[in-house]
Design a binder for this molecule. Structure first.
Ligand code: ADP
Length: 312
């Protein structure tokens, strides 16, 4: 759906994005991760042409973005930045309605869309429509910011450190909410973060950048099992690798035949959760239940440990 093709950006003699290429499949969430100054934001902003590339091109559904008028491009691509970027003197409803109004949707359709989005983000329209941004908590402001970016149903959403201003507990909830909404709407998302845990939590694919270059573009599991170089290997953290792998793998992949005592785990639990339960209950194995609650086998400490080891 989005093809980033040999994209570069230079400021004077300084190359801040150096010949980066990768493809983002429709309906997936790609995280661009790397340390500060790696060129992540610049790369993101070249996708909606807030920054003009020095070389290379971006294709959206095969169409070169240079052929699309800038205002149309901005309407087709949602953009969320750190903090919320909401208009402080406009109500929540007016903030969310910004792009639909620019597109001259009729008033009833705009009002309907605002209510629908508030519902989707679990903000009661009766309570929140008329509030101003400063009357909301940080987490609520962030949700309104994302709702505003999604208002005109953009096919693509760009997010630059969207959760950077939230504290750890709210951030984790905000990440889960984003995943739920992304799965439900099927929106294609490219999200920039310096937080590797966030990248592993959210990314269908992760693009690792350092010093203007793309070092690796892969699934989270591939990044852990086959890091492209020493930098990526250090970044994914040798000590945490087994745990990250277990978090990415579901119990269904480690079910063994047989019976076990205790409260069952479910097929969709992660192996990380299952191992925690095993350690906590002091058992060697626990039964596994499917979605209907029927016992389909067991999961064991030994079986789980097989999955926490990267292949040789
Ligand atoms: P990241 O998002 O990974 O922190 P950025 O894309 O913001 O990285 O910046 C990459 C590099 O480009 C930084 O060294 C930054 O100082 C430089 N840079 C960004 N924008 C400009 C600009 N408009 N003019 C000059 N240098 C810039």
């Amino acid at each position: 759906m989005i093809e980033i093709d040999r994209l570069s950006k230079r400021y004077g003699p300084t190359v801040v994005v150096d010949d980066v290429s990768f493809t983002v499949e429709e309906g997936t969430l790609t995280v661009v991760v790397g340390t500060s100054g790696a060129g992540k934001s610049t790369l993101l902003r070249m996708i909606n042409r807030l920054v003009e590339p020095s070389a290379g091109r971006v294709l959206i559904d095969g169409e070169d973005t240079r052929a699309i008028p800038e205002d149309e491009l901005r309407h087709r691509i949602g953009y969320v930045i750190q903090g919320h970027g909401l208009f402080p003197h406009r109500t929540v409803a007016d903030n969310i309605a910004t792009v639909p109004r620019l597109l001259k949707w009729d008033r009833r359709k705009v009002a309907q869309r605002v209510d629908e989005l508030l519902d989707l983000f679990q903000l009661d329209p009766a309570e929140f429509s008329g509030k101003f941004p400063h009357e909301l908590s940080g987490g609520q402001q962030q949700r309104v910011g994302v709702a505003r970016a999604l208002a005109a149903r953009p096919g693509l959403l760009l997010m630059d450190e969207p959760f950077g201003a939230l504290d750890a507990v709210i951030r984790s909830k905000a990440q889960d909410d984003l995943l739920a909404i992304q799965r439900r709407l099927g929106t294609t998302i490219v999200l920039v973060t310096h937080d590797l845990s966030e990248a592993f939590h959210l990314g269908d694919r992760i693009a690792v950048m350092d010093q203007a270059r793309l070092l690796q573009h892969a699934t989270p599991a591939e990044l852990l099992t086959h890091p492209a170089d020493d930098f990526v290997e250090r970044l994914v953290g040798t000590a945490e690798r087994p745990f990250r792998l277990l978090s990415l793998t579901r119990v269904r992949e480690a079910v063994e035949p047989g019976e076990a005592e205790g409260e069952p785990v479910t097929m969709s639990d992660s192996l990380h959760e299952a191992l925690s339960r095993l350690l906590w209950t002091g058992r060697k194995a626990l039964p596994v239940a499917d979605a209907s609650g029927a016992i389909v086998g067991k999961v064991s400490v030994g079986g789980i440990l097989q999955h926490g080891r990267p292949p040789p």
